[in-house]
Design a protein around this ligand. Sequence first.
Ligand code: FA5
Length: 348
Amino acid sequence: MSDAPNVQALQSRGEALVHEAEREAKRLQTSEAAHACKAKYLGKKGLLADVMKQLSALPPEERKSVGKVANTIKEQLEGIFDAALKRLEQEALDKSLETSGVDVTRPARERWLGTLHPLTRTTFRIIEVFQSLGFVIADGPEIEHDFYNFEALNFPKDHPARDMQDTFFASPDVLLRTHTSPVQIRTMLDRKPPVRIICPGKVYRCDADITHSPMFHQVEGLWVDQRVSMADLKGVLRAFAERLFGRHTKVRLRPSYFPFVEPGAEVDVTCVLCGGKGCRVCKQTGWLEILGAGMVHPNVLTAVGYNPEEVRGFAFGMGVERIAMLLHGVDDIRLFFDNDIRFLRQFQ
Ligand code: FA5
């Protein structure tokens, strides 16, 4: 009688292993024990490997069918331990949920999505319109020298027009800029014409009530070239007003005074609420003032080294808060700075 195992003997040994493994797996209490037990059966030096070793003693024609049987046994053993591990993991989870007091059936806490501040949004909308008209963004410092904020803009020292803008001074010559117009000066000193810029930014004035804030935002515009006229100014502002407030918005210019433009104008648009019929917001006039504008004063062009005989330009400046208040029907400027979440959430 030969010592070589026969196929049947190997198969019944394998089946016996599966039964033993099933019995053991049922008694397992922890996943560590399950891993150890799995290794005992399926590891490199495990019980199945022992059985497989005997394969080499079989005649080649029998090895193939025994190999198939061995694979089936291996799969069965793997299935047994995978199921045991799954069971143990579930038991551990159930136990921890029972003891930790976490209620997995409760709805998840709502997530609050942040959003852009209404003033940022309004600024972006304004910038977008002017960029589409070929203007590029320029900027300058908020702490400014008197020269850029006043002097070069044709406000000589002691000129009464300086009182139009209550100024925060840091020293006799250094101040918090009262408007974005100093960026015009800095840009023109820096570049040769043509210049077509918009300058958004923070400005400061010693001024506070429901429509005025000590810190607020302006957007300045400047276009200097050989043939720029008041008609171009009106055309640009009309395109802006129609894009921002609606297609039927009309624009009108009223004579006004700013030392750095001549002629100067206040620019009105038809009331965004009543369309020009007259209402509470426009104080029954049908019009709302939105910005100051005019043709750049020859003294300003000279101050930056441009020749007023060769180039002309227009400039305008608007308050972002004022535009945002008109667009959203907000009647108190302080709401933009209080950071009351109930107010801000309305702009989501
Ligand atoms: C100026 O500041 C000029 N630099 C605008 C300008 C530019 C005119 C270029 C001509 C050519 P004014 O002081 O009017 O102008 O201010 C412009 C806008 O800023 C006002 O229409 C108003 O909407 C806004 N504004 C002024 N003061 C305050 C304030 N304290 N709080 C909020 N908005 C303000």
